[in-house]
Design a protein. Structure first.
Length: 449
């Protein structure tokens, strides 16, 4: 966006406050706001932030073991190209930001900078990532001072659409006004659970769009006397909230989907199979970023549409990676791979970086994902799963973190400093959760994401 266009929008929409938003390694969207009159100064110099802020847990606790303590500064540096007037909150606008050093260089813990390094690696190979995050979320209404799920109807229920319409329609409008193209909407299986798939975007915009999506869904809820939760398992007796990641690799001009091969089984190219194999080979480490809370692992149970065994298959919705079939006559544009063990508590920049890190290794190694699974893995015997290398997911976040710590690929490409600080931060979060009563986990996470 050019500076004069930004100034025009500030005036036309009577913007009084501009938010500079970043997403920390903990997955929480945070930021500072400034007055429009200081926008040139902020664009030039950023906003001050203690470097320790990127090491805090979701509970705003700074682990004493963290290498980044309260001495030291970084800068919140808004990306002018992400400027958006907030249609659901008059007088407010938003810009998504990077975290830079005070010298203006990318800071080593900035998730957005990390994703850019992987996108640059793709570009060197003549490749472009196209991806979309497919979010489920739970809508709550105030009933006599208590927040309760909006409905307890069936999956895809038309009645649930009726009940949610006063909230859903403003969401769809607000997303479209911000350039987020909504593809579908439907109620899901959980109490008060709904889903809004959006169109894929290229490169950094795919992750930025996830930030916009969650901020909008939450903001519209508050503006209409509802609340929402992206908590993976908000209720033990209801379906959990996933955030499946659909992705494909395209040529540099974004004209040809390189995951598609019309002559291959399931329309999936050798490149797509190698990428898929790489993700499976490093799956527990990847999940440390795509399923990053203690609550995330409550979703991974058999026959609950969330997958829990390392596997892949064509249109297999209980597989880790689903080879999504294309739409008739549009196969070349719509064939993609869906990654299932992910939820909305993930930092989208770290999640995509993890998938790219593992997938590119699969391409470099010429890896094979093995034979596709053509049934629900839970219906196979233990011996059948073992013979095919279909291991079960880590049982908890600690297991994924240990796998990440032992994975030399991630140590090399994410950097030891970033990995160590992430492990420290997440293990402190686990310790905090473990100190609470069992039921307290729901209260601790419910409206943080």
């Amino acid at each position: 966006m050019q500076r004069d266009l930004l100034e025009k929008q500030l005036r036309e929409y009577n913007v009084e406050l501009v938010r500079a938003i970043y997403v920390g390694p903990d997955g929480i969207a945070r930021g500072k706001a400034f007055l429009p009159g200081s926008i040139d100064d902020v664009l030039a110099h950023g906003l001050g932030l203690t470097q320790a802020q990127a090491s805090v847990t979701v509970f705003d606790h700074l682990p004493p073991e963290s290498q980044f303590q309260p001495v030291g500064e970084v800068r919140i540096c808004p990306d002018i190209n992400t400027f958006q007037v907030l249609p659901y909150l008059p007088g407010h606008a938003r810009m998504i930001s990077n975290l830079n050093t005070i010298q203006g260089d990318p800071w080593e813990l900035c998730p957005r900078h990390l994703l850019q390094t992987f996108l640059d690696r793709l570009s060197e190979r003549g490749l472009v990532l196209r991806a979309a995050f497919e979010n489920e979320f739970t809508i709550y209404r105030n009933v006599n001072g208590n927040w309760e799920p909006l409905d307890q109807t069936n999956c895809f229920s038309s009645a649930a659409m009726d009940m949610a319409s006063p909230y859903i329609l403003p969401i769809l409008s607000a997303l479209e006004q911000q350039g987020v193209q909504v593809e579908k909407y439907y109620p899901e299986a959980g109490h008060g659970q709904h889903e809004i798939p959006i169109r894929h975007q290229a490169g950094m915009l795919s992750a930025d769009q996830q930030v916009i999506f969650k901020e909008t869904v939450r903001g519209v809820a508050l503006a209409n006397d509802f609340r929402v939760s992206f908590m993976p398992k908000a209720s033990p007796d209801s379906a959990g909230n996933g955030c499946h990641i659909h992705f494909s690799l395209w040529d540099k001009e974004s004209e040809q989907n390189l995951f598609y091969d019309p002559n291959a089984a399931f329309g999936l190219s050798e490149l797509a199979l190698q990428f898929t194999a790489g993700v499976l080979n490093h799956l527990p480490a990847v999940m440390a970023f795509t399923a990053p809370t203690t609550n995330s692992y409550s979703r991974f149970v058999e026959r609950c549409w969330s997958s829990c065994y390392a596997s892949w298959g064509p249109d297999n919705r209980e597989a880790t990676l689903r080879a999504a079939s294309g739409f008739l006559g549009q196969e070349s544009a719509t064939v993609n791979v869906e990654f299932k063990p992910s939820d909305p508590t993930c930092n989208p920049y770290l999640a995509l970086s993890a998938l790219l890190c593992a997938g590119l290794d699969g391409i470099d190694q010429g890896a094979s994902p093995g034979e596709p699974v053509m049934t629900d893995p839970a219906l196979l015997s233990v011996a059948e799963r073992e013979s095919r290398g279909m291991t079960r997911y880590p049982s908890d976040l600690s297991g994924s973190l240990s796998a990440l710590e032992a994975d030399s690929l991630f140590q090399r490409h994410f950097g030891e400093s970033r990995i160590q600080d992430y492990l420290t931060m997440k293990r402190a979060e686990i310790e905090m959760i473990n100190s609470l009563e069992h039921a307290a986990e729901q209260t601790a996470y419910l409206f943080r994401f």
